[in-house]
Design a protein around this ligand. Structure first.
Ligand SMILES: [Zn+2]
Ligand SMILES: [Zn+2]
Length: 556
């Protein structure tokens, strides 16, 4: 008879540790890799021209034959946005996702014309999936998007639980969190818990979506004029609340902003947002109704310059102009760093005579989708794990979450605050540090889907040693002219100290592109030209080979 040997199971993140975004957690043994989530991160202003950052997939490529499945916890971009890129790098035999996430993933893959590369299967609370020697099951949690789940992976070496994104909302909009089931999972025994840390700095409990619903409903009920509500297009629970309240107070809804339209369309199609057809109107038709019967739902709560709300605020929107008596509701919180942009938009709106309502302790018009400290403690109590690894958060959030776990009695040596690429191994119910796996950032210039393969830039060493340069040119491709001087954003290279190089380079690119535009050319040729000019110039002047990212903004 064959003797059972112990084969260690390793757990590591390729993204999601030390950052909020590009979540990707892997569980691997000698023959199998399963992946939990495949997200993107949205780069801040320091990466112009870069649309997304995704994990470096080298480790997965090197172990491609072991990859058996990808499990998705919920449909947010930081958990599903990387799928099109992952599929182009490695073969994923099957993607398991909950209902709404399935719809969002399918829609995304159609946009990228990649539907053929993926088999997508739906799971829910009572699905159990056997993958080699792993058995995977799920429990429902509450979050800011319907159909969010935690994942349980039973391995011969012990049980691993990953919470996914959650908050513990006892009066949710939508289905309940499965607390009794979670308690059972904990009672049966959890070897290693991975729990999200986004709000590990917030004491107490995250307010329930029910409070938010009541506050928003109050505002919608009492407003005299038009209402403009701005939130994230990913916050489907919130959009649902706003729409349903608008309908109940006899307001017609118009949706502004492409991502918001898409979200509402998919969510209505799947029955997550209940709005009768005759309550949704085209934006140009708002004049046909009294102001008191209009609700405008839009994106741009972060002051993003291209989003609907900013365009409305600065008078650039075709159909919507602010009039005195409008009430504008910001149902979101400011992402750190966006404060100035948001203030600008608010000032512009106020100047036009609108009343502005933002979230404050007086009106609960926004609540986070993530667990605050008491809920994180509750999760730790319910799961009662032997070993703990905080995930989904900046380093300080992971640290605070780790301290909480220690205060609740998990020994310090059983708690692992890791970086992306660090691994731990489970063997016979014990967990210890393992070898690191290859990891890093991959930058994607996603405007250019056709040349994706070339546009994927992944050399972190170059970035560290030689810096990075994004060069943006604005074109009118119909008239074949440049609309502005080229703009250069540099990181780790030609900064304030050498303005001269900066100006010379702008001049060279300006000249080069103008000449090229005299001939018949295309975007990839232009990008290549910019790369050549800048690469040659920088090597000649300062002996450096930075990453050069040409970006073409086209008006047509
Ligand atoms: Zn989420
Ligand atoms: Zn997330």
């Amino acid at each position: 008879m064959e003797k059972a040997v112990s084969l260690p199971v390793s757990v590591y993140a390729l993204g999601g540790l030390g950052e909020v975004g590009k979540n990707m957690y892997c569980i691997e043994n000698d023959e199998t890799i399963i992946i939990i989530d495949s997200g993107v991160k949205f780069p801040g202003v320091e990466f112009p021209g870069i649309n997304y950052i995704i994990p470096d997939f080298t480790h997965l490529k090197n172990n491609r034959n072991k990859i058996k499945a990808l499990f998705i916890t919920h449909g947010h971009e930081d958990h599903i946005g990387g799928i099109p890129f992952l599929l182009q790098n490695v073969h994923i035999p099957v993607i398991y996702a909950p209902r709404l996430a399935c719809a969002l993933i399918k829609n995304r893959l159609e946009e990228y014309r990649l539907s053929d590369l993926a088999t997508i299967k739906e799971y829910d609370s009572d699905t159990r999936i056997k993958i080699d020697r792993f058995i995977v099951s799920f429990f429902r949690v509450t979050h800011s998007i319907p159909d969010s789940f935690g994942v349980v992976v039973d391995t011969p070496e012990g049980r691993i639980v990953s919470t996914g994104d959650f908050k513990i909302d006892l009066t949710p909009i939508g289905k309940d969190i499965e607390l009794t089931r979670m308690a059972e999972i904990g009672k049966e025994g959890v070897t290693l818990l991975l729990s999200e840390s986004t709000n590990a700095e917030e004491e107490g409990y995250t307010p329930s979506e029910k409070n938010v619903y009541d506050s928003i409903d109050d505002i919608i009920k009492n407003a005299q004029g038009r209402l403009i509500v701005s939130t994230f297009s990913s916050n489907i629970s919130r959009i649902q609340q706003v729409c349903e309240s608008a309908v109940s107070h006899n307001r017609k809804i118009t949706i502004v902003g492409r991502s918001m339209e898409k979200t509402v369309e998919i969510s209505r199609g799947f029955g997550y947002i209940h709005v009768p057809d005759n309550s949704i109107i085209e934006t140009q038709d708002i004049k046909r109704f009294p102001n008191s019967e209009i609700l405008i739902l839009c994106t741009g709560s972060q002051g993003e310059s291209m989003a609907a709300l900013s365009r409305i605020a600065n008078g650039a929107h075709k159909d919507i102009h602010i009039i005195p008596g409008d009430t504008i509701v910001f149902s979101s919180s400011a992402i750190p760093g966006n404060g100035v942009m948001i203030d600008n938009v608010i000032n512009q709106l106020a100047r036009s005579g609108a009343e502005i309502i933002t979230n404050s302790i007086l009106n609960d018009i926004h609540s986070s989708g993530h667990a605050s400290r008491q809920e994180l403690r509750l999760m730790l109590k319910l799961m009662n794990p032997k070993f703990f690894m905080p995930i989904h958060g900046e380093y300080r959030m992971l640290r605070l979450h780790a301290e909480m776990a220690k205060d609740l009695g998990i020994p310090q040596e059983n708690i692992f605050v890791l970086d992306n690429g660090d691994s731990i191994t489970l063997s016979k119910g014990k967990v210890k540090r393992g070898y690191a796996v290859e990891h890093g950032n991959t930058y994607i210039d996603g405007k250019d889907i056709n040349s994706l393969a070339e546009a994927v830039i992944s050399d972190r060493r170059i970035l560290m040693d030689d810096g990075m340069l994004a060069i943006t040119i604005s074109l009118d491709s119909k008239k074949n002219v440049m609309l502005n001087r080229p703009e250069i954003y540099a990181k780790g290279i030609i900064n304030q100290g050498n303005q001269k190089y900066h100006d010379e380079l702008v001049q060279l690119i300006d000249q080069g592109v103008k000449e090229k535009l005299q001939t018949k050319t295309n975007f990839s040729e232009l990008k290549l030209l910019i790369k050549d000019i800048a690469g040659f110039y920088l090597y000649k002047k300062i002996k450096r080979h930075p990453i050069i990212i040409p970006v073409i903004m086209n008006k047509n």
